[in-house]
Ligand binder design. Structure first.
Ligand code: SAH
Length: 225
């Protein structure tokens, strides 16, 4: 898989991809993440990428030209399954959508800033808009990193334990059961005996039961779905 992220603040995307699971996924050749600095696609001599909003009002708007140049230069190299714009009014990002995107080959993710992008970008270049929640961030970079992280960890071979992603919350419509590790007892607080019993089948049953109970208590909406 290849993910191209377009941003006017490329440094914001340095660290999310240079550590731990996401870095190893790239080193193993399971994913390529390319971050593109929008300013380099501006034809303006001051490398301008935003301007005042037509009709007035507070806040700058990201111009269509540098974005069009950047998207077109990428599309000239390969075809993309989706050109995604991160936007608070987009489709709500969920594990289901992460699963769907993890099956794609090439994705572009455009990060907005200021008041967002000129509407004509959304009408003519964007194939999908994603929101990571009903709140407004100052830019799309952290949102793009959230989407890329959730998608990349699903790619085969990325997580060390192959089954690990399958037992995470939401994969089977349930939240994850509680987990424990050493010591078995800390200041009188004990880990459940069943987990130390060695009965694989009973442990599995207990985990499933815990998942169902937790889902009922914390996220009953998942059971309705
Ligand atoms: N004026 C816009 C918000 C712009 S915020 C509005 O009211 O809808 C600046 C940029 O941050 C957006 O263009 C988008 O790329 C990103 N962003 C902000 N909140 C986001 C969210 N919840 N999900 C995804 N991207 C978001």
């Amino acid at each position: 898989m290849r993910i191209d992220i377009i941003t006017c603040l490329p440094r914001l995307l340095d660290s999310p991809f240079s550590d731990s699971i996401l870095m190893r996924a790239q080193n193993k050749g399971l994913v390529e993440v390319h971050v593109h600095d929008l300013r380099q696609f501006s034809e303006d001599k001051h490398k301008k990428i935003d301007d005042y909003a037509f009709g007035g009002g507070a806040g700058m708007v990201m111009m269509i030209e540098p974005i069009a140049n950047c998207i077109r230069s990428l599309q000239a190299e390969r075809s993309y399954d989706d050109v995604i714009y991160m936007s608070p009014d987009g489709q709500q990002f969920t594990q289901h959508l992460a699963n769907e995107l993890s099956l794609k080959k090439n994705l572009i993710i455009l990060c907005g800033h200021y008041k967002g992008v000129d509407e004509r970008v959304r009408e003519h270049f964007i194939t999908r808009e994603i929101s990571i929640g009903d709140y407004v961030l100052s830019g799309g970079e952290l949102a793009a990193a959230v989407v890329a992280d959730a998608v990349i960890r699903l790619l085969p071979g990325v997580l060390g334990d192959e089954t690990s992603a399958l037992t995470d919350s939401f994969q089977d419509g349930l939240v994850a059961p509680p987990v424990y590790t050493r010591p078995a007892e800390f200041e009188g607080m004990k880990a459940p005996d069943i987990l130390l019993s060695g009965h694989e089948k009973k442990v599995e049953e207990w985990r499933f039961q815990q998942s169902v109970e937790r889902t009922k208590k914390r996220r009953p909406n998942l059971l309705d779905e």
